[in-house]
Write a protein that binds this ligand. Structure first.
Ligand SMILES: [Mg+2]
Length: 417
């Protein structure tokens, strides 16, 4: 049986939450900016009125104020956005138990089994819109199809632009809907990939869909190298709306913490040696968090002296503004903490822990421009380690991260909860 899947997207999510919280801003252009005190702060969200001034996400506050001097500027309250996002999940769960958060402001719903209770897919979408608006003040747009990837494109290409905010994209009608769209509109295709497709003569999503897979692989190899077969297959499936992945509800029984400790073979007393261990521990903890799909708000570090009877050990923790599972970030925090409390005496046992965990899907990673790139890099190293063992990527490459860590540590705490 054909599934009925929705992707529900919150319009201008952070900005909508703020406007609902502060009715006095109604009718005024409002943005949420990373650092409202500085013109170099980045716009994280703009309300529809602000967007009419040409203000866009990711530009600087200075640029935005240039376009609209009367702009209302609000600092982000991440915990509130997460709470509202979880409330919206609960509202969705009143229509189906199959709800999967995709990001902080986008969630998949499988409503196949709900149709007999709540009406057609469009009727359910309208009920969802009404209920979410009533409870949170947020306007939700809904794309409907039979796979997740098609529902996502139904939202991004059509529902977001329509007055009604609802768009159904039946899989049987792709040839005169999705396939007419430029390839740049396909899910997962950025400007670089668009250029690649153009170079091999593929301009529309239909061009990719109708190209025989073997030929597509061949063509993509000419512009992207020998290892592009998997990507070719993925794009071909996306263009054809093939996506068997189920809508998987996030589990509520969350793990509390991920930690790792090491008893050293001998006493370590100089920072150079200790740094290597701190990095290894940070890497191990972050790798396990990433594998389980968690990010943590609290970073802890502990150490015990060489003489186990001597009470010189310490255990300290710090809560960061943005949850993380990124090795470079955690390592920077761990170093800061460790050297703040270390008395300089030899240590024999060191531990690192990430706690106050959240599913990493809950978090929208627009806060740091560079973060997505680093996350991808770490995903790749994780894959190599999973496949070839933990030492496949040597510590030397990790130490390259360390160079960045110092620079990045400055940014942690630059945002507010
Ligand atoms: Mg959105």
């Amino acid at each position: 049986m054909e599934r009925v899947i929705m992707l529900a997207d919150c319009e201008s999510f952070y900005a909508s939450v703020e406007k609902a919280a502060f009715p006095e801003y109604r009718g005024r252009p409002l943005v949420v900016a990373g650092d409202p005190a500085r013109r170099s702060g980045i716009i994280l969200a703009a309300c529809p009125i602000a967007k009419r001034f040409g203000i866009a996400t990711a530009e600087t506050l200075g640029e935005a104020l240039g376009k609209c001097p009367e702009l209302v500027v609000v600092r982000p309250r991440m915990q509130t956005y997460i709470d509202v996002s979880l409330l919206i999940t609960e509202i969705f769960e009143s229509f189906t138990d199959l709800v999967e958060p995709f990001s902080i402001d986008e969630q998949f719903l499988d409503v196949t089994g709900s149709l007999i209770y709540f009406g057609t897919a469009e009727e359910i979408a309208r009920k969802i819109q009404t209920k979410v608006k009533l409870y949170t003040g947020v306007w939700v747009r809904v794309g409907i199809s039979s796979t997740k990837v098609l529902a996502k494109m139904a939202t991004d290409i059509w529902a977001k632009k329509s007055e009604e905010g609802i768009f159904a994209l039946p899989k049987t009608e792709l040839s005169h809907s999705l396939w007419l769209q430029p390839v740049s509109k396909m899910f997962g295709v950025g400007s670089k990939m668009t250029a690649h497709f153009r170079r091999i003569g593929l301009y529309t999503i239909g061009d990719v869909a109708m190209c025989p897979l073997a030929e597509l692989k061949q063509k993509m190899r000419t512009v992207m190298g020998r290892n592009s077969d998997i990507q070719a297959e993925l794009y071909w499936q996306t263009a054809n709306g093939i996506d068997p992945s189920p809508v998987t509800p996030s589990t509520h029984d969350r793990q509390q913490a991920v930690g790792h400790q090491m008893t050293l073979p001998r006493d370590y007393a100089n920072a150079e040696e200790i740094n290597v261990i701190l990095l290894e521990l940070s890497e191990e903890v972050c790798r396990r968090c990433r594998a389980k799909g968690y990010m943590g708000y609290v970073v802890s570090v502990g150490a015990r002296g060489a003489n186990f009877d001597r009470p010189t050990g310490f255990h300290h923790q710090i809560k960061v503004a943005d949850p993380t599972n990124i090795t470079t970030e955690v390592f920077a925090i761990v170093c800061k903490l460790f050297y703040k409390y270390w008395d300089g005496l030899p240590v024999r046992r060191i531990g690192v822990e990430l706690s106050d965990l959240r599913p990493d899907t809950e978090y929208q990673l627009v806060l740091f421009g560079n973060r997505e790139k680093i996350k991808k890099l770490e995903k790749v190293t994780d894959q190599i380690k999973n496949q070839y063992g933990g030492t496949a990527i040597l510590r030397a490459s990790s130490l390259l991260y360390a160079g960045q860590a110092v620079e990045r540590s400055v940014k942690i705490g630059g945002h507010y909860k």
